[in-house]
Design a binder for this molecule. Structure first.
Ligand code: ATP
Ligand code: MG
Length: 871
């Protein structure tokens, strides 16, 4: 059975059991402060388990793109080394939200595996939770045990501990005991020698877990305590690639049709062979795995970058490039050439891949290029570190700097060092690493108390599309503390006019007013687990009373003007540049808007002008907002709304229309485009290969911009003695300036000539060498000219000049070519060694080289050492 059939068999089975089949949520998570990437099928349903919202169906099934590279579930370091953990994998799942429980979950899992998919019953083992005697003091899951006992012989039921049989998504949240299904795919002889039961959960590559049935019945509170959930749920997850391995009768996920085409392509591109040597096999598996993770992230809108989720993606890509570089000798970008095969295998199931194929290729190629450059630079820096090392052990802090500042991988450092007969001070490296982790951890860590609930089961309502003020009641609140923001409260109300950050638009600010006139400021609004959470520095005195909630109107108006302008900009770009333009991200603030989009060239000044005109024409056209709060998704798309991949949309969507611009959008907008007043582009540039960014302003932002510009102009006129025509005045100044520059250059030349004469006179002859080491007052270019001119006048020259320019030190060494050759002297080596005295480094050719450093005080000492090289 091929992988496509396996995927659809799974979904069909649960469809027949009355499950609604839903789409995979994005793998990259936006608008959730607690998670960067989807790490399990249940993530997108978290709010249902917590009881924050009610699902449309109580039985759901899907296949979910997961990524386990950060946080509680991180398999990155295993990937490639073993044959059954991936960074990105598909998780097949079925769910019950307060509907069926353990009995059906267990019986159906067994039916699907053994009846439908025909997995050999004798190769399966199951596990149940044995209970725990720790603080949670949980009993053994007898219910599951008895259900399994009716299906499988008792010696195939394994009692598992908390680590393996109690599932938790994170430090807090829904959790419960689980039953896993393991499969033993070893040969009959091996099975006869060692029992499968003894290998379950022992990291054996051929006795692996394939399916986990989680019975959600608790909520883990901040205090660490468990409380029973109001309703009980089922959450199951089966590794798709592992299931394919079992059904296709192979011994590794990488030997299934999910991976073999990628591996064949890697073999071709890198001229290598899979299955010949463990080291290259690992490298090939790493690459085959990571190309999926990176491609799918980019398809979900997450480009590699320097922070957050983008940084994680960059590191995954670099890990693959580095394995290629080290073990397959790839010195050119090659990963991007795998996107095509990946698209062939998975593009049908995941159209986001197909649609963005070209972009994904470009981004990966560009990333590879710049990382390979980093590797080259890193190799040079590492050489310098080695040459400055006394003894045979390289300082760990230095290696860490190379890793941290230049992104040079530490395992590569270690490998190169050992090749050159050096070792790495690993403890020092670890220490530097830990120190940095502590620094960034304490800055970002937030501790959250449990919610204090004032009103139970209160559904909340957002009324901020139409109103900016409302009487509200507090439903629950909690205290959170972080180093960055100090102590804050999170408040949830029965209804609210405050817009929560989302869809690129910032959260509202504003205040609450109590009956006695007390004011509490709302400093931000965010969505967490589908609740609108307001942030404040303090709590209302009377928690139960009605409060007046007021949104900061000015900020909201400015934000709305920017949001509507973003839609018009999107329309304008597709009109002016073409329909290949797709939104890749946006940030709508009160002061400016930012819009990222796909386009493969710089947007020209004329095009930008056209885009501005297009948007401003729509502002002048006074287009009315046409808002439709609930349209079926299908209809919206037919009407021309753009569906964005990487966004999670329910079945009914909200559409925002201004004239011909129509978008799916949950944000807030002006009532009429005239409210935008004016639209002005401030900058255009590249964010990644094939992705451009425009920043623009509207409304009051434009007014402020003109006001500022005007003021600057007045100030310029003022310093130009109230010149009537400031441009003319500046041009005159420039001309004057360039004639002065010429004169100065002439004077300097004369000075150098004189200097040259003086210096030629003060050459000292040592062992047949014309020697001079001296501090001079010339810049680098001046010294170079001087040295070469002296070289024309005299043979057998050895010159070392030092100079101090703008607080920095410079050394420059010139050796006549014949002299360098006959006495085996090397200016490059000499300046590198003398560079120590000025705390710097450098290099060059055997006959001319320079070194820069930060310690001018060391110049004299360096000069005084020069003689040693020739005597
Ligand atoms: P393991 O112990 O093998 O790491 P797990 O306990 O972390 O598995 P779960 O969190 O229960 O796994 O996830 C459910 C299922 O997803 C597993 O039974 C397995 O089939 C699959 N799975 C988990 N992690 C990975 C991974 N990194 N790559 C591929 N499949 C995985
Ligand atoms: Mg795991």
């Amino acid at each position: 059975m091929n992988s496509k059939e396996i995927r659809s068999q799974f979904l069909n089975f649960f469809k027949e059991k009355n499950h609604k089949i839903v789409a995979s949520a994005p793998m990259v998570i936006k608008d959730d402060p607690t998670l960067l990437f989807t790490n399990a099928g249940m993530n997108q349903f978290k709010e249902y388990f917590l009881g924050n919202s009610v699902p449309k169906s109580s039985r759901v099934s899907d296949t979910q793109k997961c990524l386990r590279v950060s946080g509680k579930h991180n398999d990155l370091e295993e990937v490639g080394k073993d044959t059954y953990h991936h960074t990105m994998f598909e998780m097949l799942g079925n769910w019950s939200f307060g509907d069926y429980f353990k009995k059906e979950a267990i019986e159906w899992a067994w039916e699907l595996l053994t009846d439908v998919l025909k997995v050999d019953k004798d190769s399966l083992y199951v596990s149940v939770f044995e209970g725990s005697s720790d603080a949670d003091n949980l009993e053994m899951d007898m219910e599951a045990y008895n259900l399994w006992k009716a299906i499988v012989p008792e010696d195939r039921i394994i009692k598992g501990n908390k680590k393996d049989n109690f599932w938790e998504m994170g430090e807090q949240g829904p959790c419960g005991p689980c039953s896993e299904i393991h499969v033993d795919i070893r040969s009959a002889e091996e099975k006869a020698k060692v029992s499968g039961a003894s290998l379950v959960n022992e990291d054996h590559p051929q006795v692996v877990e394939i399916w986990n049935l989680v019975f959600m019945q608790y909520n883990r509170k901040a205090s660490g305590q468990l409380e029973p959930l109001p309703a009980k749920h089922v959450d199951t997850g089966m590794g798709f690639e592992r299931l394919c391995m079992v059904l296709q009768n192979v011994k590794s996920n990488y030997d299934t049709d999910v991976f073999t085409p990628i591996i064949r392509e890697i073999e071709t591109i890198t001229n290598s062979k899979y299955g010949k040597n463990e080291e290259t096999d690992i490298a090939i598996r790493v690459i085959a795995d990571h190309i999926r993770a990176v491609s799918f992230s980019i398809a979900d809108g997450q480009l590699p970058s320097n922070t957050g989720a983008g940084y994680v993606i960059r590191r995954i890509l670099r890990r693959a490039v580095r394995y290629g570089f080290t073990f397959l000798e790839t010195k050119e970008p090659f990963m991007y050439r795998l996107v095509g095969v990946l698209n062939n295998i998975m593009g049908d199931a995941y159209p986001e891949l197909k649609e963005q194929y070209q972009l994904i290729e470009n981004v990966i190629k560009e990333e590879e290029h710049s990382f390979l450059k980093t590797l080259d630079q890193g190799l040079v820096l590492l050489d310098t570190i080695i040459s400055n090392t006394k003894g045979k052990e390289v300082n760990g802090a230095k290696a860490f700097e190379l890793y941290d500042t230049y992104g040079f991988p530490i395992d590569l450092t270690a490998l190169i060092l050992s090749e050159k007969g050096f070792s790495l001070d690993e403890a020092g490296f670890e220490k530097a690493m830990q120190e940095q982790k502590n620094r960034s951890k304490s800055a970002s860590e937030t501790s959250k108390e449990d919610w204090t609930i004032l009103v139970n089961d209160q559904e909340q309502e957002f009324i901020g599309y139409d109103r900016l003020e409302a009487d509200v009641k507090l439903v629950k609140f909690r205290k959170i503390t972080s180093k960055k923001d100090g102590q804050q409260y999170q408040l949830v109300f029965n209804l609210t006019p405050f817009y929560a950050e989302g869809g690129g638009q910032v959260g509202d600010k504003g205040y609450l007013e109590a009956s006695n006139g007390d004011v509490i400021y709302i400093i931000d609004t965010k969505r967490e687990n589908n609740e609108i959470v307001h942030f404040s520095k303090n709590l209302p005195k009377k928690l139960e009373e009605v409060l007046k909630a007021v949104v900061d109107k000015k900020q909201r108006q400015r934000t709305e003007a920017n949001h509507t302008a973003t839609h018009l900009l999107h329309q304008a770009l597709r009109e002016v540049l073409g329909t290949h333009v797709e939104q890749k991200g946006s940030a709508v603030h009160s002061k400016y808007l930012r819009f990222d989009f796909s386009h493969f060239a710089k947007v020209t000044t004329e095009e930008l002008r056209e885009v501005e005109d297009f948007v401003n024409a729509r502002i002048e056209g006074k287009l009315e907002l046409q808002e439709n709060k609930s349209v079926p998704m299908k209809q919206a798309i037919e009407e021309g709304a753009m569906a964005l991949f990487g966004e999670k949309y329910g079945d009914a969507v909200r559409t925002i229309r201004f004239g011909k611009s129509i978008e799916l959008c949950g944000g807030t907008h002006v009532k009429n485009t005239a409210d935008i007043w004016h639209f002005k582009i401030k900058s255009e540039g590249a964010v990644a290969s094939g992705i451009r960014r425009i920043e623009a302003i509207t409304f009051d932002g434009v007014k402020e911009f003109y006001f500022e510009n005007n003021r600057t102009l007045f100030e310029i006129k003022d310093v130009l003695n109230n010149a009537k025509d400031p441009v003319k005045a500046v041009v005159a100044l420039q001309e004057e300036n360039s004639s002065y520059k010429k004169q100065i250059a002439e004077l300097l030349k004369d000075k150098a000539k004189n200097l040259k004469g003086d210096l030629l006179g003060s050459l000292e002859e040592i062992n047949g060498v014309q020697f001079l080491a001296k501090k001079v007052d010339l810049d680098a270019a001046g010294i170079k000219d001087l040295s070469f001119e002296m070289g024309q006048n005299k043979d057998n020259l050895f010159l070392l000049f030092g100079t101090e320019q703008k607080g920095k030190a410079l050394l420059s060494c010139y050796i006549s070519k014949e002299l360098a050759a006959s006495k085996n002297l090397n200016a490059g080596t000499i300046v590198r060694e003398l560079g120590k005295f000025i705390q710097g480094g450098g290099g060059g050719q055997p006959f001319f080289a320079t070194a820069g450093g930060k310690n001018p005080a060391g110049i004299e000492e360096a000069l005084s050492k020069a003689k040693e090289y020739i005597s």
